[in-house]
Design a protein around this ligand. Structure first.
Ligand SMILES: [Zn+2]
Length: 90
């Protein structure tokens, strides 16, 4: 075998949860969340078990656990409702 790929840890992951900011350890079971508009033309929140490929995606949020995932979800839902209300008030 030739050309071994040396994996260099590119960055530290920090939890995106409100008032959290915990740094990810090697063995921590984290989650990745991101929102998109996909095919539906409405904001969609995605939640997936930790995966490096997902974690380096643009707009990916790194989440240390269920508690922070719930906070981020509620933040997302709040934003969506706020935007919707703002739009219908115009
Ligand atoms: Zn957290």
């Amino acid at each position: 075998m030739s050309g071994n790929v040396v994996l260099i840890p590119s960055s530290f992951y920090r939890c995106a949860g409100p008032n959290c900011g915990v740094l990810k350890g090697v063995s921590d079971r984290w989650w990745v969340m991101w929102s998109s508009f996909d095919d539906y033309e409405v904001p969609v929140m995605h939640l997936a078990p930790w995966d490096e490929k997902l974690a380096i995606q643009e707009g990916a949020m790194h989440v240390c656990g269920e508690g922070c995932a719930q906070k981020l979800q509620s933040q997302f839902m709040g934003n969506v409702l706020e935007n919707r209300m703002r739009r219908s008030n115009v």
